[in-house]
Design a protein around this ligand. Structure first.
Ligand SMILES: [Zn+2]
Length: 453
């Protein structure tokens, strides 16, 4: 009886028609405002959310829509607390990846509920989270909740692409408006496999994206009279040396904890290897065995891989130029300059120039904050008993890196469980389970409350 009662109480958490409807209405509104870089407008979405907060009783002075471009404005809203502690920042991006109607089986900018899913561009990335932050503010205010710190929402532009990244702009121009002890952002991984919830990941860090151009020039000439000096051979031999090279495996606090926890969820010899790499220093043989998996390899070390190649100008001419792009994903805490020096050493040919293609933004890992970890674990246990919490490092990137660099530790969270074999963010027919949206709504609401009382 007791078990049944408890089960009923747990199921009831997400079974809250009033709050589900509120969150869903906001979600629908956001999905139906096109916020792509090409034709969309984040200002319209930011204003719509500002109107909702003002209607819920937030004073105009605490709700601002600001930005450097009339089509790319951001929303910043503050929920006043007692000020006992530094604020908590809640971030989500308003912009979405392009979506062409002819590529989709449904209209990407029409919110649709079908087959147990909510469909539309941004349903997972990142409008579920944006909607839930707004819905949580409205709900907390209706409840008369007074947090022990200010809560700040920042819904921002140009995370995916475009020239007006909202997080960067706010940090540079209105740091005071978003300054916080730490932030919650996208980037967490709530994973489902065959309909079963397998883990709730808390993201502490991200790898850094940096591409390098490797280039060789030579004199060229007629291909009927080859000479020793050949740009293609220089580059090919340098790339062959790079293909045999591996960066040193390096663990950080988050990846050590990741392997420690994953070892108890894994069977067979891999479990022992995960335990062995979660020690300092990590066991070399275990690192080598784990590195055979591309995912583990990417978690254990910086990687650099040739992704493009281009050379020569005619079938019957000696090449005057050979060029490759090498794309690196750098572990947080390692510097792009260091990686460049390593590439120069490894290709070992002074004829091959190595140039960074873009300015990489380094990103230090967020500390394993016991308050955040504890609240995240408790909220997970309450919503989804038995689902393990795992700290994760993303091998891709979010706006969290700018916040971390600015000294605001950032934790990637989700709570919207998605099947790992069917992730559609950035792709066609993006959708999120109706049940998973409602659960995520309750989870994030509870998390925010736990971290502010
Ligand atoms: Zn995103």
């Amino acid at each position: 009886m007791i078990t049944r009662f408890l089960l009923g109480a747990l199921l009831a958490l997400a079974d809250d028609p009033v709050n589900n409807q509120l969150a869903q209405d906001i979600y629908k509104q956001l999905i139906e405002i096109n916020t792509t870089d090409s034709a969309g407008n984040t200002t319209v979405a930011a204003r719509a959310m500002a109107d909702r907060l003002k209607a819920a009783g937030f004073p105009d002075s605490d709700v601002q829509v600001i930005g450097p471009n009339p089509r790319k404005e951001n929303l910043v809203a503050r929920y006043r607390g007692t000020g006992q502690r530094k604020p908590l920042l809640l971030v989500a991006h308003l912009d979405v990846v392009e979506a062409a109607r002819q590529d989709w089986s449904v209209d990407p900018f029409k919110f649709l509920e079908r087959e147990g899913y909510f469909w539309g561009r941004g349903t997972t990335d990142d409008k579920a989270m944006a909607a839930v932050w707004i819905a949580s503010f409205v709900r907390l205010r209706q409840e008369g909740y007074v947090p022990d710190r200010d809560l700040i929402i920042a819904l921002t532009a140009d995370e995916e692409s475009g020239d007006y990244n909202g997080v960067q702009w706010l940090l540079a121009n209105h740091r005071d408006l978003i300054d916080a002890e730490y932030a919650l952002n996208e980037g967490g991984e709530s994973q489902m496999r065959d309909g079963k919830y397998v883990l709730n990941g808390l993201q502490l860090s991200e790898k850094v994206y940096q591409s390098f151009r490797l280039e060789v020039r030579s004199a060229g000439g007629h291909s009927s009279r080859p000479v020793q000096e050949n740009a293609i051979y220089h580059l090919a031999e340098g790339l062959a040396r790079l293909s045999k090279f591996q960066f040193l495996a390096r663990m950080n606090e988050g990846t050590m904890e990741y392997y420690k926890r994953m070892s108890s969820l894994t069977d067979g010899p891999a479990a022992a290897d995960m335990r062995a790499v979660s020690k300092s220093p990590p066991d070399r043989a275990a690192v080598n065995r784990l590195s055979k998996s591309p995912r583990d390899n990417a978690l254990l070390r910086t990687t650099c891989v040739a992704t493009r190649l281009e050379a020569g100008h005619a079938d019957n001419a000696l090449p005057q130029m050979a060029r490759a792009v090498v794309n690196c994903r750098i572990l947080p805490g390692e510097s792009p300059a260091e990686v460049r020096s390593t590439l120069i050493r490894v290709v070992a040919d002074s004829k091959i120039s190595v140039t960074a293609i873009e300015d990489a933004v380094a990103s230090a890992p967020s500390p394993l904050n016991p308050e955040v970890m504890g609240a995240f674990e408790r909220a997970t246990a309450l919503m989804w008993p038995g689902v393990p919490v795992i700290p994760v490092m993303s091998t891709g990137a979010t706006d969290g890196l700018y916040l971390r660099n600015a000294g605001i530790p950032t934790y990637g969270v989700s709570g919207f469980f998605e099947s790992v074999d069917d992730t559609r963010a950035h792709g066609r027919d993006e959708r999120l389970g109706v049940k998973q949206f409602y659960e995520g709504r309750e989870f994030l609401y509870r998390l925010v409350k736990a971290l502010s009382s």
